[in-house]
Every structure is written in structure tokens, then in C-alpha cells.
Ligand binder design. Structure first.
Ligand code: BG6
Length: 495
């Protein structure tokens, strides 16, 4: 029987701290954005809550940098709202049970993120929080017990809220130093337990996201590009320091991997599509993989009247901190066109026109395994770096049968198709070394805050109002993935 994937291929799953851990105010952890963000749905936004300068509670639609609270207001947890990330799925207390289940599935890698606010509650504290350091040490040791390689995201959308409140977040250059210091502490602390590090989750969202809103004020572009410059610097400086601490560390970027297609064969659409790749994918990848801004960067800045503040030594720092591995999430493709269309679709941090050749998930995301193969081949050809697919999954409704079983054949089918697409890319020359499915256990959705948008191979008994026992239960996909990992053969994929 032919092996589908090379020996040593890393198979596993992925979660993020703020979507899984819960325990939002335990053991000295500081607040992050999602702690002041309510739940939403596919049709209604999540809200960020605050107390205004006159002491009145309020909320504003959106989260992260889209949620602009009024001048003088302070982010706040309010009594009248339910915040799904506060409890999440309680990974903080149940990680031993969860990692044991991952080991039963046959994982050789587990991607998770460290919450910066567990280590430095305000982001800039003098000393790290020992309880936070101890927690992740214990998690990594638990992984090692089962020979599972931890793959660690250093930042997964969760800047400590104090830095947002007091410094206005990443548009402020001071965050570069705070982040680098945080990295230095965790690199020293876990240098013998962790080898693979990802500096910023889906770093390109900051710019890609703006496309979803049609006309966007110039200041939003200015802030987004300056934010990215600071995150590029922070990433590069951290990588340089990390290599001094342990030369065996392997660093990855992390790109929200949307494959863009021209909506028609009109040459104007083909050109627009190329420009979307430059803005949304290559802009970040080129800096992190090649160590310099692409030739088209000046066009992008000029188009939006952006004047980037680049200090002496910055460009050199970018050159000195390039990545070893190209990692990305993949959920969907997007069609771009210069023509008017009423048939618009939105998905993961991006939007476009409907593709008549594809079907869409219950949350409107295009289902397209071929797009994954396309992304892998196109990116490998450009950078020739080893690659990892570090997120891929189907957010879907699951039904628990009377006997407790969960028949998620739609999810099995989704992963089967995407794994086949990866196998094809490998056959075509791509050096793909890992696959971690997203939300390997059900977690809170980042976009909508829902629990019912489930990705896991392990069901968690928890609903959108915070009701449930948190009991874990393997779905059919759990046993299917277990078989694929055990044999790594084409025949297992077909079952
Ligand atoms: C990615 C994020 O954008 O998509 C994850 O890195 C997120 O944090 C995942 O959960 C799926 O998105 P959602 O909105 O369905 O949770």
C-alpha cells in the first residue's frame, strides 16, 4: 500500500486560547478583547461592551479594531450580557482529558496558543505571572507525555486589553517591545518543550478584512498598514531572539489562506484578482518569508494615501527575522470581479461574488478543496519553504442522537476531500509537513461567538447561552480521523 503522506508528517488539530480555555479571570489572567465581546450569529454581529465617560454602560457592533468605543469610554464586562469566551469549553481545567483524547486519535502535533494576558496580564507588567507560566508548562508536558509536538501560536487575536485601552493597540509602536519581551520570556521558559512557534495568527486579516466593507475611510488603511508594519517588526525581532535562545526553534508565519479567483475571464477581473493576491496574501507573506516589502507595496500605500512610519533599522530588522515554515489556515475561496453583482457572499475575513461551481456551508463559506491545492502549489512555487496547513475545518450544526452518538458524515467528507487535495499537492512537489484541523474539539466561534457552529471531532456539551455539562463525546469523525492517522493510506481515506 502506498503511503499518502511522507513519514514523519505531523497530523493533529488546533485550538486558540481565548476560544477554548475559559477561566477568563482566574490565576491572575488579564482581560483581552473577547472578554468584553458578546455572542452573535451569522446575521447579527458580536458586540463590544463598555462604560462611557459619564458612567453609562453601552455596546458597539463589531470586535477587535472594528469596534471603536466612544471617546473616553472604557472596555467593560457588563452584568446584562453573556460573554461566551469567559467559560468557553473550559480547556483550562480539562486539558488533561482533552489531550488524552487527542492522543487516542493519534495526534503527533497539537496547535494551541498562549494567552499573552496569562503571562503578562496588562501586557507591560514588570514581571511575568507565575501561574500563567506554570499552566502552559503543564500543558506542554502533557503533550510530550503522549509524544505530541506542541505547535504554539504566540498571538491569536488576543492582545492584552490594557494595551488596547491605554495605547490604542498595534498602531502604537510601543507594542513591538512589549511583544518581544513576552516572546523572550516564553522562549526561555519553554525552550526544551516547544520547537514550533507561529508569531501572529492570520496576520493578513488586518488588511484583507477592510475589503468587506466597501468604502472605508483612509484612516482605517493608515492604521491597518501601520499595525502590520509593527507586527512584522515584532515578529522579525522575536524570531531573531528566539534563534539565539534555541537554534533548533522553527518559526512560522500564519496567513489566512483565501484563494482568490477572477470572477470572469474579463482581463480587468484577472488583473484585479492578481492585485487582491498582492494586497491580501503576498503583502504579509513577502515581508515575513523574503524579509522585504514587495514591489507592489508602494502602489498599495499610494492607493489609500498611506504614509508608513518606517524608522531607521526597521528594514534591516525585517531582513534578519524571516520564517522557516509557511503556515496558513484554509477554509474557502473567493471570487473577485470588476462587474456589478447582487449575488455577494461573505466568509472568513473576506467577501466576494458567488461561485456557481461551488456549494456553501450553513454559514455561507465556499466549500472548495481544489482551492487548497491551488493555494499550496502557488505559495510553494513562490517561496519554496516547507508548509503547514494549521487550520482547516467545517463549521456545522451537529445533532446528538438519543444514544449519544453524533453522525457528522458531512465533516468527514469535508476533511476527506481536503486531505486528498493536500496529497495531490504533495504529489505535485509541495513540501507539506503538517495538517492540524481547526477546532479539533468544539470551541467558541471567533466570528460569531456561537457554540453551535461546531468544528470539532469531539463534541462538547455547551450551548450559546452557556448551558451544558461540558462533557466531551467523540463524533463519528473522531473514529474516522483515528483510522486515517493510524494507516496513512489512501484506502483509509476512502472509508
Ligand atoms: C480563523 C481563526 O480565522 O478561522 C480562528 O484563526 C477561527 O480563530 C476560525 O475560529 C474559524 O472561524 P469561525 O468564525 O468560524 O470561528
Amino acid at each position: 500500500m502506498t503511503k499518502v503522506f511522507p513519514d514523519g508528517f505531523l497530523w493533529g488539530g488546533a485550538i486558540a486560547a481565548n476560544q477554548a480555555e475559559g477561566a477568563y479571570n482566574e490565576d491572575g489572567r488579564g482581560l483581552v478583547q473577547t472578554d468584553v465581546t458578546t455572542g452573535g450569529t451569522v446575521d447579527s454581529p458580536r458586540y463590544t461592551t463598555f462604560i462611557d465617560k459619564d458612567g453609562k454602560p453601552g455596546k458597539v457592533g463589531g470586535m477587535g479594531h472594528t469596534a471603536k468605543i466612544p471617546e473616553g469610554a472604557k472596555f467593560a464586562v457588563l452584568d446584562d450580557y453573556y460573554y461566551p469566551n469567559h467559560k468557553a469549553v473550559d480547556f483550562y481545567h480539562r486539558y488533561k482529558e482533552d489531550i488524552k483524547l487527542f492522543a487516542e486519535m493519534g495526534y503527533s502535533v497539537f496547535r494551541l496558543s498562549i494567552s499573552w494576558a496569562r503571562i503578562f496580564p496588562n501586557g507591560y507588567d514588570e514581571k511575568p505571572n507565575q501561574a500563567g507560566l506554570d499552566f502552559y508548562r503543564s500543558v506542554f508536558e502533557e503533550c510530550r507525555k503522549y509524544n505530541i509536538e506542541p505547535l504554539v501560536s504566540i498571538w491569536h487575536f488576543d492582545t492584552p486589553l490594557t494595551l488596547e485601552q491605554e495605547l490604542g493597540c498595534w498602531a502604537n509602536r510601543k507594542l513591538v517591545d512589549y511583544y518581544v519581551r513576552y516572546c523572550q520570556v516564553i522562549f526561555e521558559e519553554y525552550k526544551d518543550l516547544v520547537k514550533y512557534w507561529l508569531t501572529f495568527n492570520e496576520i493578513n486579516n488586518t488588511i484583507m478584512f477592510l475589503d468587506m466593507f466597501g468604502e472605508v475611510p483612509q484612516e482605517a488603511y493608515q492604521e491597518a498598514y501601520q499595525t502590520l508594519h509593527h507586527q512584522f517588526l515584532a515578529s522579525a525581532k522575536a524570531i531573531k531572539i528566539g534563534r539565539q535562545i534555541n537554534p533548533n526553534f522553527q518559526f512560522g508565519n500564519m496567513i489566512c489562506g483565501i484563494t482568490f479567483y477572477p470572477g470572469t475571464c474579463d482581463p480587468a477581473d484577472v488583473l484585479l484578482n492578481e492585485h487582491k493576491w498582492q494586497q491580501n496574501i503576498f503583502y504579509c507573506s513577502d515581508v515575513q518569508a523574503k524579509g522585504r516589502y514587495g514591489s507592489y507595496a508602494k502602489r498599495l500605500w499610494d492607493e489609500h494615501g498611506v504614509v508608513l512610519d518606517i524608522e531607521d533599522g526597521d528594514l534591516e530588522a525585517l531582513r534578519e527575522g524571516t520564517i522557516d515554515i509557511y503556515t496558513f489556515s484554509y477554509y474557502m475561496t473567493n471570487n473577485v470581479t470588476t462587474h456589478d453583482s447582487d449575488d455577494l457572499v461573505a466568509g472568513n475575513f473576506s467577501a466576494g461574488v458567488r461561485n456557481p461551481y461551488l456549494t456553501y456551508s450553513d454559514w455561507g463559506w465556499a466549500l472548495d478543496p481544489t482551492g487548497l491545492q491551488y493555494f499550496l502549489e502557488k505559495i510553494y512555487d513562490r517561496y519554496e519553504l516547507p508548509m503547514m496547513v494549521v487550520e482547516n475545518g467545517l463549521g456545522a450544526f451537529d445533532t446528538v442522537e438519543e444514544d449519544g452518538s453524533i453522525h457528522d458524515d458531512y465533516r468527514i467528507d469535508y476533511h476527506r476531500q481536503h486531505i486528498k487535495a493536500m496529497a495531490q499537492a504533495i504529489a505535485n512537489g509541495v513540501d507539506l509537513i503538517a495538517y492540524t484541523t481547526w477546532g479539533c474539539i468544539d470551541i467558541v466561534s471567533a466570528g460569531t461567538g456561537e457554540m453551535r457552529k461546531r468544528y470539532g471531532f469531539i463534541y462538547v456539551d455547551m450551548d450559546d447561552q452557556g448551558q451544558g455539562t461540558l462533557e466531551r463525546r467523540p463524533k463519528d469523525s473522531f473514529y474516522w480521523y483515528q483510522k486515517v492517522l493510524a494507516s496513512n493510506e489512501q484506502s483509509a481515506l476512502e472509508e
